[in-house]
Design a protein around this ligand. Structure first.
Ligand SMILES: N[C@@H](CCC(=O)N[C@@H](CS)C(=O)NCC(=O)O)C(=O)O
Length: 386
């Protein structure tokens, strides 16, 4: 172990991180891209169902990725892990220090994480070719410790994913074209950016790029149907995905964010303002009304969506950050997002954050727990860096 103390947090860093996840997972891909960019050595440990449960017990949240830090400490939730690691390894920060650019990068991370999830899962599980391939991969990967014949493991995972990520997440024959449009519109908006500049916020990679990387890399670039669309419709996005996987953030360390948002990002901000912010607002309102589902109208197409506590917390965090900005930054954001979205961001944040109000959200950036023998049944997939 490297026991050199970080003077700010006095935390010792492990030599290698142990990342529990899957090489087809959205958020594992987001974290892997970031760790590669920062050149932080890690091993990817392919989860099986037992490891998924064990990690969930250790952190209090059943999700992937989950990261073993050191001395029995765990990291969970990429949106908390990234700022934590940025502080630990400050030479290669992806969070802009200038407050307005920082807010924009975090807003786009929210959009990438929470808005593109639905179309990403839709293409994977609604399209026959994609569903066949991915159910095969999950049955032989994550489900390898389930004592059932292969065809039954495959059948079980296919049905589980279709139930949760299609039927319970707004999918029907009527809404399918709109869910596809969420991908196509984002692809077009990103294509307009990458035809002009190398990264979302200019010539330096930032949190905004990693916010898009999970869905764009692990789903839209790799799953057959959306990948075909990306190759023909958005070649600059295709090229950006590959570049993100290969870049070293240290090569960009000397560059500064210039504090100006280029005109080519306009299409992206229109999507954030017209669909994503109203969606986040409707989700929080439904949670306040103690509903489990709500109807969201996406350009006139009604979708029945489940309420997410976690997304209410993300939206409250977004408002807190917006309200902490100075007047001129708020005005600049109004010119990017329009009056209506700004009014939503100005709404009061209830006392405490949603995380405190809704105790099931237990994600902590770092959690002290007794060391457990977690690795007995797991398999190290790949060794990255060194
Ligand atoms: N906010 C979390 C989201 C993690 C997440 O939702 N991961 C997905 C896989 S990519 C998951 O664990 N899904 C659980 C399931 O499918 O049951 C993060 O950023 O790490």
């Amino acid at each position: 172990m490297d026991t050199k103390l970080n003077t700010k947090l006095a935390i010792s860093k492990p030599e290698r991180l142990l990342v529990h996840g899957l090489d087809l997972s959205y958020f594992t891909g987001k974290l892997e891209g970031y760790l590669r960019g920062k050149q932080i050595p890690y091993d990817l440990i392919e989860m099986d169902t037992a490891d998924f449960k064990r990690c969930g017990k250790a952190t209090g949240v059943a999700q992937m990725p989950q990261v073993e830090w050191t001395n029995g400490q765990w990291l969970t939730d990429t949106t908390l892990i990234i700022p934590f690691l940025d502080e630990q390894y400050p030479d290669t920060c992806v969070l802009p220090s200038q407050p307005l650019m920082r807010f924009i990068a975090q807003l786009l991370e929210d959009f990438g994480d929470e808005w593109l999830w639905r179309p990403a899962l839709y293409y994977r599980w609604a399209k026959a070719k994609d569903a066949r391939l991915m159910s095969h991969r999950l049955a032989e990967g994550m489900m390898r410790d389930v004592p059932l014949p292969f065809f039954m493991r495959r059948w079980a995972i296919l049905n589980r994913q279709r139930l949760h990520f299609l039927l319970m997440d707004g999918y029907s024959v009527n809404t399918a074209p709109r869910i596809e449009a969420h991908y196509l519109e984002t692809l077009d908006a990103l294509e307009a950016i990458f035809q002009q500049q190398s990264f979302v916020l200019g010539n330096k990679p930032s949190l905004a790029d990693y916010g898009f990387f999970g869905s764009m890399f692990r789903h839209f670039f790799c799953d057959p149907t959306p990948a075909g669309i990306m190759r023909s419709r958005a070649p600059a996005v295709h090229e950006w995905v590959a570049r993100m996987w290969n870049l070293k953030l240290i090569d960009y360390a000397q560059l500064q964010f210039n504090g100006e948002v280029s005109d080519c990002t306009q299409g992206l901000f229109e999507l954030v303002a017209s669909e994503f912010i109203p969606y986040m607002q409707a989700n929080e309102a439904a949670l306040g009304d103690k509903k489990r589902n709500f109807i969201f109208s996406s350009k006139g197409v009604d979708m029945r969506l489940p309420v997410h506590n976690y997304r209410a917390w993300r939206f409250q965090r977004m408002r807190q950050r917006f309200q902490a900005l100075d007047g001129s930054s708020q005005e600049k954001l109004q010119s990017l997002l329009g009056v209506k979205a700004i009014e939503s961001l100005k709404q009061n944040v209830p006392v405490g954050t949603a995380r405190e109000i809704h105790p099931p959200i237990k994600q902590l950036p770092i959690q002290q727990l007794p060391k457990k023998a977690l690795l007995s049944k797991t398999k190290i997939l790949s060794h990255q860096w060194k």
